[in-house]
Design a protein around this ligand. Structure first.
Ligand SMILES: Nc1ncnc2c1ncn2[C@@H]1O[C@H](COP(=O)(O)OP(=O)(O)O)[C@@H](O)[C@H]1O
Ligand SMILES: [Mg+2]
Length: 1013
C-alpha cells in the first residue's frame, strides 16, 4: 500500500482511497497511476508507460495523455501547479508527491461513493441480520422496493460499505437498463460477473467459472486462450437455458465458499426473463451458500398482475425463500437529521425540517434536491462559519416547487443554451453516457461538450462524473451519468416528439460506429434508439443482431422474443421492404425454435415464411423456406418434409439459379433416401447434384449438405470417405447456426464408427456426448446410439433399459428411433429366452407403420425386424415361415445398397437352407454372403457369416475348413472386443455372450469342451 498526501494506493486490490472513501478510476488509469507511483523517483517516458500498461498491443500514444488527465482529475491535481504528476513536454511524466508505505487494512471492495444517509435503522438492522445468516451459509434473497428516489440504492450501498468494513467480503453489482428487458438476456448478471472478474481475486472467480460454468466463461472471450475457447465452444454446443442457470448458481456458490458475496441487482423493474431465472434458481437451491442477493425495484413500474418479477417475488415470499424490504418515505425527524449532518453548525428555524419534509413528501431524492436548491438560491447561506436561512421561513415556502419535476425544470431553464442542448442529447443517450456519443452536436467541439459536462458535475447539477473508458473503437472518452434516473427523465420529458426522435437517431448513428461483426454488444441499445427514432427498418436490422447475441448466450427464447418484436415493427416500414423483412425474420424465428427443440413451432414459422414468399412472388425465398421445412418435419412428419422439399425442387427448376436448384435436388433425393426408402435413382440424383454444386462454387456443398451426403455414403458401406466428410461438419467455433449440423455430423460419425468396428472410439464419443447432452438436458441422441451399439454386441437387456429411459423423458416426436431399437432389443431378448411369440410380436410392431411411423432410416430398422422374424421362426422350427421371412428380408435388403444387410440376407438364406437340409443351397448362399465381405469391411456382421460357413463345413465333415472360418470369426470378434478400452464392461459381456463364446478357442488346459449348436 502506497500513501501520498491523503491518498492510499492499494496495488493488490486495484483500489485508490482518499481517507476511507474509494476514488473511482478506470482499470487502465489505475495502471498508469500505479506505474507512475512505483517509479516516483524519476521521469518516465510515454513509451515506458505504453510498454507497461498495454503490453503486446499497439495503442495511440495520445491515450496515455487521456489517462493521465483522468488520474489528475481523480487526485484533484492541476497541470499548471502539479502536486502529484508533473508533465515534461515531449519527454514524459514524473510523480512528484512524496510516497510512503502505508498499512493495508482497507476492505477489499466497496461502492465508490458514500452519501449521507439518515434514518433507515430498521432496514439496516434487517440487512445485517440477513448477512449474519448468509455468513452461516444460509443464502439470502432480499427485494428492496420503493418508489424512485426513496433511497433504495443509497441503502444498498451503505449496507455494502458497512459490511465490507468489518470483514472480508466480496461485492458485485449489476444494473438493469430501461428498454433492454428481453433484449439483453442476463444483462445485470453478466455485469456483476464482469466486476468479479476485474477484481483482485479474479483468479478465484475465473477458477470457479472454469470449473463450474463453461457456458459463462465463453461469454468472456478475453479470459480464455484461443485453443481453450475452441474446446469450450465444442463442449457448450447445444447448451440450454437450464444449464446456463445451473452453472452460474454453482459458480457463485463456489465463489462464496470462503467469503460471503453480496450481489446487488438494481432496478429489476427493467429486468430480463433470463436474469429472473437466475434469481429464482439462486433463491430455490438448497445447498449452503454465503450469498446475499439484493434486488431493488420500483413496484409502481411492475403493476401488471402477471408481471413475472411480481410473480416470482410473491412465490418466493410464500415459500419463505426471500425477504421483502419495502422502503418507507423519510420522516420529519429524518429530514432534521439530514440537515444536521449536512450543516453541522447551523442556526435554522425549528420549522425548516418540517417544511422540507412536507414539500418532498419524504422522498429522499426530492429532499436532497430541495436542500441543494436552497443553497444554490442563497436561501441557505453561510455566515461567519455558521449556516442559516437568509429569509424568514414563511418566505421560503412559496418558492419551493411542488414536484421534483418542476424543480428540475426550473433548474434546467436557468442553464445556458449549450448546456441545455447537451443535457437533452445526453438524456436520450441514457443514464450513463460517454462524451464521445454527444460529439455530433453541431457547433460544439468535443472539448466544449466535455467541459460543459464537467461544469454541471462540479455544480452538482443533473450530472456526475463517471470516469474514463475506452470505447470499442479505441477512443478513450470521459463518461458521465445523471445523478438519478429521475433527473434524466425530467430532461427527457421536456423534449418534443420531433426532437426526441431526431436525437435518438443521432445517438443510434453514433453508436453504429462501435458495432461491428463480432463486436455487436451494442445492438440492442442501437435498435432501441432507431425504434424511438422511428427508423424501423434500421431498428429491425439491429434487433436481428440482438437476437444473435441472445443466441450466443444460449437464450433462444429471448432470441425468439426479440425477433417477434422486430416482426411487430414490420408494418411501420416502407411497404416495398415489408415482405423481404418478414421473410428474413420468420426464417430466423424458425431456426431459433429448431435450436430450442420446438419442432412444431419451427415448422410453423418456416411455413409462414414460405407463404409470405409465395404471396410476394419471391421464388428463391420460397425455395429456401420449403427446404428448411425438412429439418423440423424430419422429426415430426418426414412425408410432409419430403413433400415440401420436392415442391422446392419443382420451383427452383425454372429459376435460372443452378446452385439453388442443385441444393434442393440433393436435399430432396437425400431426404427420400433417409426418410422413405433406398432407390438407386435417388442416389444418382444426389451424386450428380453434388458434382454440379462442386463445379459451381467451392462453397457449393455446405457442411449441412455434406453431412447428408456422408450419411448416404455410409449406407453404401463407404465408411472412411463418410468419416472424412463428417469431420468437416463438426464445427470448431460456437455458431448457433451450426448446432444441428454439429449434432447431425457427430451422430453420423458414431454410425460410421459402429459399422467399421471402432467400438471403443464410438463409446468414447457417446460417453462425452451424453455427458454434454445431460448438462444440456437433451440426452437422447447419444443414448440411442449407445443402445444401438449394445444390440450389436448382444447386450439386448442393456439396450432396452437405455431406450426406456429416453421414452420416459423425450417429447412426442423423439422416441420413434429409440422405441424401435427397444423393440428390436426386446425381440432378441425374448428369442434368447425361447419366447417365440413374444419375440415375433415385438418385431411385427416395428414392421407395422401404424405403430411405428416413418423416421430417420426407418427402413434400415424394418429390415432388421424382418431378419428378427426369420430368426424367430428358425428357432421355433417353423421352416415355412422362416423361409418366407428370410426371402422377404433378402429381397428388401438387395433393393438397398447397404452391405451389412446384403451379407446378413445371404447368411439368413444359408441358415434356413441348412435347416431345410438343402446343403447345396446353403453352400451357395453363404458364399454369396462371403463375397460381400470381400468388397466391404463390415466387421459387426462378418463374424456371423464366418460362423455359418464354419458350421456348414463342420456338417460336411470338412474339419480343417471349418476351423479356418471359426478362426476368422474369432479374429473379427477379438478385434471388435479389443477396440474397446480393456476395462469396458461391454467388452467382457460381448465375449461372454453365447453365440460369441462358442466361436472362441478355449483357453487353458482344462477347457477342451466346446459348446456346439
Ligand atoms: N436515507 C437517506 N438519507 C439521506 N439521503 C438519502 C437517503 N436515501 C436517499 N438519499 C438521497 O436520495 C437520492 C436518491 O436515492 P436513491 O437511493 O438513488 O433512490 P432510489 O434508488 O430508491 O431511486 C440519493 O442520491 C441520496 O442523495
Ligand atoms: Mg436506485
Amino acid at each position: 500500500m502506497k500513501q501520498f498526501h491523503a491518498f492510499r494506493l492499494d496495488p493488490i486490490n486495484h483500489r485508490l482511497w482518499r481517507g476511507d472513501e474509494r476514488v473511482t478510476l478506470t482499470p487502465k488509469a489505475f495502471d498508469v497511476l500505479r506505474f507512475l507511483v512505483q517509479h516516483a523517483d524519476r521521469l518516465v517516458t510515454q513509451e515506458e508507460i505504453l510498454e507497461a500498461v498495454w503490453p503486446e498491443t499497439h495503442v495511440n500514444p495520445e491515450v496515455v495523455k487521456k489517462y493521465v488527465l483522468e488520474v489528475r482529475k481523480a487526485l484533484g491535481d492541476r497541470s499548471d501547479r502539479p502536486t502529484f504528476i508533473e508533465t515534461f513536454p515531449k519527454r514524459g511524466y514524473q510523480f512528484v508527491a512524496p510516497v510512503l508505505e502505508a498499512s493495508s487494512d482497507t476492505p477489499s471492495s466497496l461502492p465508490a461513493r458514500a452519501a449521507t444517509m439518515v434514518g433507515r435503522d430498521a432496514p439496516r438492522a434487517l440487512l445485517e441480520a440477513c448477512l449474519e445468516q448468509a455468513r452461516r451459509g444460509h443464502r439470502q434473497v432480499i427485494f428492496v422496493t420503493g418508489e424512485a428516489g426513496v433511497g433504495k440504492t443509497t441503502l444498498v450501498e451503505a449496507f455494502q460499505r458497512r459490511a465490507a468494513e468489518r470483514a472480508s467480503l466480496r461485492i458485485a453489482g449489476g444494473q438493469c437498463v430501461e428498454g433492454f428487458g428481453g433484449k439483453e438476456p442476463y444483462y445485470p448478471i453478466l455485469e456483476a460477473l464482469g466486476h468479479l472478474l476485474r477484481e483482485t481475486e479474479r483468479n478465484r472467480a475465473v477458477a470457479a467459472l472454469v470449473r463450474c460454468a463453461p457456458t459463462w466463461l465463453v461469454q468472456f472471450p478475453s479470459l480464455v486462450k484461443r485453443e481453450t475457447r475452441e474446446a469450450l465452444h465444442r463442449e457448450t454446443i447445444g447448451t440450454t437455458r437450464e444449464r446456463m442457470v445451473r452453472e452460474i448458481c454453482e459458480a457463485l456458490e463456489a465463489i462464496t465458499a470462503a467469503d460471503p458475496l453480496v450481489l446487488a441487482l438494481e432496478d429489476l423493474h427493467w429486468v430480463d426473463l433470463s436474469t429472473l431465472d437466475v434469481i429464482s434458481a439462486l433463491a430455490r437451491r438448497r445447498g449452503p451458500a454465503k450469498l446475499v442477493v439484493l434486488c431493488t425495484y420500483r413496484p409502481g413500474d411492475v403493476v401488471v398482475a402477471e408481471n413475472p418479477l411480481k410473480v416470482l417475488k410473491e412465490d418466493l415470499l410464500v415459500h419463505r425463500l426471500c425477504t421483502e424490504l419495502a422502503l418507507e418515505h423519510l420522516g420529519d425527524s429524518d429530514v432534521a437529521d439530514y440537515l444536521l449532518a449536512e450543516f453541522p453548525r447551523a442556526d435554522f428555524p425549528p420549522g425548516l425540517a418540517g417544511l422540507i419534509h412536507r414539500h418532498s413528501g419524504g422522498n429522499a431524492l426530492f429532499m436532497t434536491a430541495i436542500v441543494r436548491d436552497m443553497v444554490d438560491h442563497d436561501v441557505i447561506v453561510e455566515e461567519r462559519g455558521r449556516w442559516a436561512l437568509s429569509r424568514p421561513l414563511s418566505a421560503v415556502a412559496p418558492a419551493v416547487p411542488a414536484t421534483l419535476q418542476q424543480m428540475l425544470e426550473a433548474q434546467f431553464i436557468l442553464l445556458s443554451a449549450a448546456e441545455q442542448r447537451i443535457l437533452s442529447h445526453a438524456s436520450v443517450a441514457g443514464d450513463r453516457f460517454s462524451v464521445w456519443v454527444l460529439t455530433t452536436e453541431p457547433d460544439l467541439t468535443p472539448d466544449e461538450i466535455e467541459n460543459a459536462c464537467e461544469r454541471l458535475a462540479e455544480r452538482q447539477q443533473f450530472l456526475r462524473a463517471a470516469g474514463f473508458q475506452e470505447l470499442a473503437n479505441g477512443t478513450v472518452s470521459a463518461h458521465y451519468e445523471f445523478r438519478h434516473a429521475l433527473y434524466r427523465e425530467a430532461v427527457y420529458r421536456r423534449l418534443s416528439d420531433v426532437s426526441r426522435s431526431r436525437l435518438h437517431c443521432l445517438v443510434g448513428e453514433r453508436l453504429e460506429v462501435l458495432c461491428r461483426p463480432g463486436q455487436q454488444e451494442l445492438a440492442a441499445e442501437i435498435a432501441l434508439h432507431f425504434e424511438n427514432g422511428r427508423h424501423y427498418d434500421r431498428a429491425i436490422g439491429y434487433l436481428i443482431l440482438a437476437a444473435e447475441n441472445a443466441a450466443v448466450r444460449f437464450a433462444y427464447r429471448d432470441s425468439i422474443q426479440v425477433l417477434q418484436h422486430a416482426l411487430a415493427l414490420v408494418p411501420r416500414v416502407a411497404v416495398e421492404r415489408q415482405t423481404e423483412l418478414r421473410i428474413q425474420l420468420l426464417d430466423r424465428i424458425g431456426d431459433a425454435h429448431y435450436w430450442l427443440g420446438a419442432m412444431v413451432e419451427s415448422a410453423r414459422a418456416y411455413e409462414a415464411e414460405a407463404e409470405r414468399a409465395a404471396a410476394g412472388g419471391l421464388t428463391s425465398a420460397r425455395v429456401h423456406a420449403l427446404s428448411s421445412l425438412i429439418r423440423p418435419f424430419a422429426l415430426i412428419d418426414p412425408d410432409r418434409g419430403i413433400a415440401a422439399i420436392e415442391e422446392a425442387v419443382a420451383l427452383s427448376a425454372g429459376l435460372g439459379d443452378p446452385l439453388l436448384h442443385a441444393r434442393a435436388q440433393l436435399l430432396a433425393a437425400g431426404s427420400r433416401l433417409l426418410f422413405d426408402t433406398w432407390r438407386q435413382d435417388d442416389w444418382d440424383i444426389c451424386e450428380s447434384a453434388r458434382r454440379t454444386l462442386q463445379g459451381l462454387s467451392p462453397a457449393g456443398v455446405t457442411e449441412y449438405h455434406r453431412t447428408i451426403y456422408a450419411h448416404l455414403q455410409m449406407l453404401q458401406g463407404h465408411y472412411a470417405e463418410a468419416l472424412a466428410n463428417l469431420e468437416a461438419g463438426i464445427p470448431k467455433r460456437n455458431e448457433p447456426t451450426n448446432l444441428m449440423v454439429h449434432i447431425f455430423a457427430l451422430s453420423g460419425k458414431t454410425v460410421a464408427l459402429l459399422h467399421s468396428g471402432q467400438l471403443g472410439e464410438l463409446m468414447r464419443i457417446v460417453r462425452s456426448g451424453r455427458e454434454m447432452a445431460e448438462k444440456n438436458g437433451n440426452p437422447w441422441i447419444f443414448v440411442f446410439r449407445e443402445a444401438w451399439l449394445r444390440t450389436v454386441v448382444l447386450d439386448f437387456d442393456g439396450a432396452r433399459r437405455l431406450c426406456d429411459t429416453i421414452a420416459d423423458t423425450a417429447t412426442a416426436y423423439l422416441p420413434r428411433q429409440p422405441q424401435t431399437i427397444a423393440r428390436l432389443a426386446a425381440g432378441y431378448a425374448e428369442l434368447e429366452r425361447g419366447h417365440h411369440d413374444d419375440a415375433s410380436r415385438y418385431f411385427e410392431q416395428i414392421l407395422d407403420p401404424a405403430i411405428t411411423p416413418k423416421f430417420f432410416l426407418h427402413w434400415f430398422w424394418r429390415l432388421h425386424a424382418l431378419l428378427g422374424l426369420a430368426n424367430v421362426w428358425l428357432a421355433a422350427g417353423s421352416l415355412g415361415r422362416a423361409r418366407s421371412d428370410a426371402d422377404r428380408f433378402l429381397a428388401s435388403a438387395l433393393s438397398t445398397a447397404e452391405p451389412n444387410v446384403h451379407a446378413l440376407g445371404w447368411d439368413a438364406q444359408a441358415r434356413v437352407a441348412m435347416a431345410e437340409k438343402d446343403w447345396q443351397g446353403a453352400d451357395r448362399d453363404i458364399e454369396r454372403g462371403l463375397a460381400v465381405l470381400e468388397r466391404f469391411d463390415v466387421p459387426t456382421v462378418a463374424w456371423r457369416l464366418h460362423a455359418t460357413r464354419s458350421e456348414l463345413y463342420r456338417r460336411s465333415r470338412n474339419g480343417d475348413a471349418a476351423e479356418v472360418h471359426r478362426a476368422r470369426a474369432e479374429r473379427v470378434i477379438l478385434s471388435l472386443a479389443n477396440s474397446f478400452e480393456p476395462d469396458e464392461p461391454l467388452r467382457r459381456s460381448f465375449l461372454a455372450a453365447g453365440p460369441v463364446r462358442r466361436l472362441l478357442k478355449p483357453r487353458g488346459a482344462g477347457g477342451g469342451v466346446r459348446e456346439r449348436r
